[in-house]
Design a protein around this ligand. Sequence first.
Ligand code: PLP
Length: 481
Amino acid sequence: MSATCEPSEFHEACGTKDDEAKGSGRLPDNVEINPLFARPKEAKAFPKFTMPREGSLPETAYQVVHDEAMLDGNARLNLATFVGTWMDDHANRLYMEAADKNMIDKDEYPKTAEVESRCWHMLADLWHAPDPMNTIGTSTIGSSEACMLGGLALKRRWKEAREKVGLPTDKPNLVMSSAVQVCWEKFCNYFDVEPRYVPISEDHKVLDGHDLDKYVDENTIGVVAIMGVTYTGMYEPVEKISEALDRIEERTGLDVRIHVDGASGAMIAPFIQPDLAWDFRVKRVYSISTSGHKYGLVYPGLGWVIWRETADLPESLIFKVSYLGGEMPTFALNFSRPGAQVLLQYYMFLRLGFEGYRRMQQTSHDVAKYLSGEIAKMDDFTLWNDGSDIPVFAWMLKDRANRKWNLYDLQDRLRMKGWLVPAYPMPMNLTQVTVQRIVVRNGFSHDMAEAFIGDLKACVKYLDGLRSPMPSEAHVSGFHH
Ligand SMILES: Cc1ncc(COP(=O)(O)O)c(C=O)c1O
């Protein structure tokens, strides 16, 4: 868009400083308004970093925001994110109708509150809680909040048990894989828990119980098992981890609980790997979290966390608030948050049912397996895993002399074609290994997968044709959390 008025006019109309940026080489401080829809007497530009002095017509404000958001990437081509970006028209209608509902206001929106409770009971049933009607859970803003609540419950239970017998409680630790999602690092940082990372390696690609006794001690509040490691999509074998903890208990008497971070996998495994015991069927699993906005197939932000039994969430973490009318128990970190996503989750449960979810997840799984199979056939790549857990997989470059490019170059090349496929280093102890990862989500069809493979091959051909190496100083990992 071109400038439509003199700098002094900006000043008068919308309260911004004169456009000092002109000719200075830095970006202008104003958002210009396309003359096609700027209205007479309205500002012809909005200041970027201060609130405009005067308002504008809704059409104008809408168009400006719309045009800004248009420059975001194309979500359907984003193979980096786990988060849902598409829902059908009925869901969109419901979303609009429910946009004003505040989840915390359970007295004003008792039906939304009831729907929330129905949803987490359904999940408790799906995850084989021994008595789904005697569980406790909540929706959250996403898995991060759900994980924090799971972690807090572990910490509180550990603390209360030790206080009862007069033992010190100043050095809690949490044991988990070095490939945990950043929310667990945040949990440990925010809530003063020592993170104990069990490094993954080529031999132990996930936390699998190996060496666990070196990390677990009397100050361990719990172990996190990830169903669908963010870096690679692999499941951690919850049963094996639990057996390793059984052996530790036999030897030391320590009864260590597991929280399953099922951000993705808790909405995949029940449908397409129903025989895999990763959930409340494993006795040490006391809480499970997931993201409704990932394979729960709802727009962001929605998460869920559920405890095995009501008694497993320490009472002391539950607040009772009365100022909304009635006495409402609350145990989320946020107070206000959108209720619409919860209604959308219920809509999806009703709309798809178990069979529908199974079909959706199986389709994503098939596409992931097709993609990993095609990539495995290419000379340059070797798979880290093949997408047979959640529909997510990662690959590495094979060693080859004189190759003039790496996965970061490939990431950039693919981006030119619109595909976002992040390359990044693996976590500690494996940082020398760079992988590239694809997350297959609902809406990524076989046709798109074929088109992607065509583009991937074209990118590799281009890079192979280089006469000299790509410059390497500017390698930036793609967004991959
Ligand atoms: C294993 C795992 N845990 C937690 C999270 C955080 O989820 P959210 O983005 O819903 O907060 C993610 C996100 O990718 C994840 O993969």
